[in-house]
Ligand binder design. Sequence first.
Ligand SMILES: *Cc1c(COP(=O)(O)O)cnc(C)c1O
Length: 479
Amino acid sequence: MQYLSTRGQSPAQSFSQILLGGLAPDGGLYLPECYPQFSDADLTRLRVLNYRELAFEILSTFATDIPAADLKGIIDKTYTAQVYCNVRDGDNPEDITPLHTLEPSLHLLGLSNGPTLAFKDMAMQLLGHLFEYVLAKAGQGINILGATSGDTGSSAEYAMRGKKGVKVFMLSPHGKMSRFQTAQMFSLQDANIFNIAVKGVFDDCQDIVKAVSNDHAYKKQYQIGAVNSINWARVAAQIVYYFKGYFAATQSNDQQVSFAVPSGNFGNVCAGHIARMMGLPIKQLIVATNENDVLDEFFKTGVYRPRGSANTYHTSSPSMDISKASNFERFIFDVVGRNGTQVRELWASVDQGGAFDLKASGLLNKVADFGFVSGSSSHQDRLNTIRATYETYGLMIDTHTADGLKVALEYREPNVPMVVLETALPAKFEESIQEALGRRPDRPKGLENLERLPQRFEVMEADAHAVKQYIIAHTSVGS
Ligand SMILES: *Cc1c(COP(=O)(O)O)cnc(C)c1O
């Protein structure tokens, strides 16, 4: 399997070649040259597999340049009940992504049972093992530089801790993350993890990452890499749980299922789109946003109009506070019939802070053919949904999952099971749970005293040069 750029001007590459990189040289995102197809007979064969077996069947169609036995070994050590152990009472950790039924035809798919209690662990844990494998083969190392306001950074650190050939330098705004998130990251004692608390806000951290990445000579010499949400392997890993969720919610392949997906960068729901393109019987893909509703606006009007940071709201579902959906270009590539020239034209205005309108060009009708619908929610909606879910089903959900459930209920259809993706556990967002329910969420076992563990971090000024020097001082690569 070869990978093409959505902008049509980069040479085709293999899975391992694009694994460690970010954007294609022409500024586009990589996608497989075609989507593997799963027939009815294939689905019947896959239906009875456990998570690891299913992941192998799906990922081996994408990672064709990794020998099957090696890929199997990587998957088998990633998707274990020990890694994804933070399940609710009554759920089986061997399921990896347990399906929790609220009422007939309404389910939650538990994707947040990994070490950082958010769905990003589903892909990031695999990425950690893949990076280590590919780097060892090439005799290389990588220094991952990232900026985080919470979920991504901790998920990356827990995936990369102790991995040979990998160092992680993670910038976060000093004193601005929740106590839980701070403790989760800063309590890691692994020698290859470096937490840098920047005196500034998240945008300052992001600007430093951009400045370092734009220094091409430095980037090359010190092997600076990233693990952001446009990474193809992350999207590929996420395809697996759409299949798993589909099988768990149906008895036979003639049933369709709808998925509701709390969305920000469009990475999670992009995996759902690809699963549907591969032949999984998905009826609707429901994109749920919070007040940062740039995606909801697109699916309702055909206008894609990313917003600046001044118009990005800080909400109680903070991992969706995104106003430029970095994976969206992958979907649009399919909408325009995989025409790279057309994608380049559309993004010529987006990349300059502008917008595009698919209604005007008659393409909005095509968007509907892909099963997408959307909705958004407010802080009050989230509190109401958390409260109603607790009162009706005795189940506590987090604010992001609440966004998904709120919109899911607006699109329920008779005889079509609805699966809401649970993208974080409530323990991560104590303040909002307290506000909704007047009590704190339960913590998974072993995390009760997280905030009391010793913390390891460096406080630095918001200064790209200082960060560069820090990386040089803490890495032997390139020196
Ligand atoms: C990252 C994240 C999302 C958004 O996922 P995308 O792939 O960016 O659309 C939703 N919920 C939680 C809890 C997250 O961490």
